[in-house]
Design a binder for this molecule. Structure first.
Ligand SMILES: [Zn+2]
Length: 274
């Protein structure tokens, strides 16, 4: 657990988690990527009163049930709340139907937990900052001049490792990044990467990776292709499960290019440059 200031700590892990002590209550920003991590947090800091989930992806909520059973109240954006309470919907929407075995693993599906909406959180001291794009209702959590950014951008080393910045809406993702660039916080804490007072380097790496995939996708559409054909032609290491994540990412790029008037459906399921 790293101390950031007198009331704020960060526990670094596969997914960074924040701990805030404020007016006699203890708050947790996300609950980590496995229950072991959640138990470690609990042993290090003790009782957690409130959990704020930045979004519903399994690696951010795997400890929810652990803290809920210990009496914590969990809050999230209204749209993310539905997915946290119904975790099988996460892999359902990635696949588009009853998901196959590869998507029924804990990497994609956490255990469900009961969640309240941010709009029902009535105590002061926190601001919930909408940062959609990576997921439908991803929300940054601002405390003082510190912003927990969730997956609005990724650390440069994470981008290098995974190659593509997962998102479901390109335009919203870019707008959310701009919102962060135009803000003036003392510290930005991404869920995957280093906390920093100046995240411009990580943001540039994230944007460069996205722009690279947008232009590679556009270039491939000199001849008509389906989203799957585009995925097969990209040199991204995938497995049976992550293929569907990547297909979702590429699907977002295709609808973005269509909105910009640069590509269209040339026949059903096939895209091409206009
Ligand atoms: Zn995520």
């Amino acid at each position: 657990m790293e101390r950031i200031n007198e009331s704020l700590f960060v526990k670094r892990g596969n997914t960074n988690v924040g701990v805030i002590e404020y007016e006699g209550k203890r708050y947790l920003i996300d609950t980590g990527s496995n229950e072991k991590f959640a138990k470690e947090i609990s042993e290090e800091v003790g009782r957690i009163d409130f959990v704020f989930n930045t979004h519903s992806h399994a690696d951010h909520i795997q400890g929810n049930r652990f803290f809920a059973l210990k009496g914590a109240s969990i809050y999230a954006d209204e749209r993310e709340r539905f997915l946290i309470e119904n975790p099988s919907m996460e892999s359902f929407y990635l696949y588009g139907a009853n998901p196959p075995k590869a998507l029924k693993r804990s990497f994609f599906e956490a255990k469900e937990s009961q969640v309240k909406s941010f709009s029902d959180f009535k105590m002061s001291g926190f601001e919930f900052v909408p940062l959609p794009g990576h997921s439908v209702g991803m929300t940054g959590i601002r405390f003082g001049n510190v912003l927990f950014c969730g997956d609005a951008y990724f650390g440069e080393e994470i981008v290098k490792k995974y190659l593509y910045p997962y998102l479901i809406n390109v335009k919203e993702f870019i707008n959310s990044i701009e919102k962060i660039e135009n803000s003036n916080m003392d510290l930005y804490i991404p869920s995957h990467g280093q906390p920093s007072s100046d995240p411009s380097h990580d943001i540039k790496a994230t944007k460069d990776a996205l722009n690279n995939f947008i232009s590679m996708t556009f270039d491939l559409l000199k001849t008509p292709k389906s989203v799957e054909e585009i995925c097969f032609e990209m040199n991204v290491p995938l497995n049976f499960g992550t293929f569907y994540l990547f297909r979702s990412f590429e699907s977002a790029i295709l609808s973005y290019l269509e909105e910009k008037g640069e590509i269209s459906n040339i026949s059903y399921g096939k895209w091409a440059k206009i």
